[in-house]
Ligand binder design. Structure first.
Ligand SMILES: C[S@@+](CC[C@H](N)C(=O)[O-])C[C@H]1O[C@@H](n2cnc3c(N)ncnc32)[C@H](O)[C@@H]1O
Length: 253
């Protein structure tokens, strides 16, 4: 899909890429990298390589929703795997413009829509595969977002990724504790969300950062069974029937 352009065309494309501001996704657009100096390396390709093997290699006949698509890296990869239809949403018009340029240069058909996750009900559609990558910790209302995904757009698979901090340990918790039990809250592996009142990593849109136990517990609580955990930050989940808030037992593979 990647084409190289002759010099004049190439410098015009360089100008179009630069005109869209700083890119978070490093895409190869006709030989031009969009974010070659990304602080996380060749991002998000380096992240994708840690869980690409967990998703079907052939997505023919399946529909995909990419929530918080940014420059379109994952949506494009889904299309490359043959997905019948890929809808990609983001609330930021500038990132959508980047994704639009990427799909034009790479000649990939993706439906791009400016939409907040809090409005996904408006899509009026359920998708076979929902990608919810790198968005959770940017939300002031993360559990609401998971509940909305469960209720309105997820039919089967959910791929979830969040920044995590704190303990990576997960231990068994009882289903209830007496009011007098306070020591469990001292345990490092108790589910915890760290609230960032001001800024973290220079980004004031980082609001809530879960530890691993919390990411898992919130996914279960919203009605998703975790079926694989291929990479520290990534969980592959299946949607379970039931109202958000129901408790689901989980087996981590
Ligand atoms: C860290 S980037 C992750 C991009 C991509 N999903 C990835 O994993 O590489 C977060 C993206 O989520 C988008 N975003 C943040 N809050 C959102 C919201 N409420 N609704 C939709 N998109 C949102 C941002 O505009 C940004 O493109």
């Amino acid at each position: 899909m990647s084409r190289s352009f002759p010099d004049a065309k190439s410098s015009l494309l360089r100008q179009r890429i630069d005109a869209l501001g700083e890119w978070f996704h490093n895409l190869n657009l006709a030989g031009i990298p969009t974010a070659p100096n990304h602080f996380l390396g060749d991002y998000p390709r380096c992240k994708w390589e840690g869980f690409a093997h967990c998703l079907p290699a052939d997505l023919s006949g399946r529909t995909v929703l990419d929530i918080g698509c940014n420059g379109g890296f994952y949506a494009i990869e889904m299309k490359r795997r043959g997905a019948e239809r890929v809808v990609a949403i983001d609330h930021d018009a500038r990132y959508l413009a980047q994704a639009r340029l990427a799909t034009e240069v790479l000649d990939v058909e993706i439906e791009l829509r400016q939409l907040s996750i809090y409005d996904i009900k408006r899509l009026k559609e359920k998708f076979d595969l929902v990608l919810f990558l790198g968005v959770f910790y940017h939300l002031r209302h993360p559990l609401l977002a998971l509940d909305l995904i469960h209720e309105h757009v997820a039919r089967d698979l959910l791929v979830f990724q969040s920044m995590q901090r704190g303990s990576e340990e997960v231990s068994h918790l009882d289903s209830d504790y007496p009011f007098s039990e306070t020591s469990i809250f001292e345990q490092r592996d108790f589910p915890v969300m760290y609230f960032i009142e001001k800024s973290y990593s220079g980004d004031p849109t980082n609001w809530w950062i879960p530890n691993r136990a919390c990411a898992e517990a919130m996914l279960r609580s919203a009605g998703f069974e975790i079926v694989a955990h291929p990479e520290t930050e990534v969980f592959i989940c299946r949607r379970c029937d039931g109202a958000p808030g129901d408790f689901f037992e989980t087996t981590i593979l």
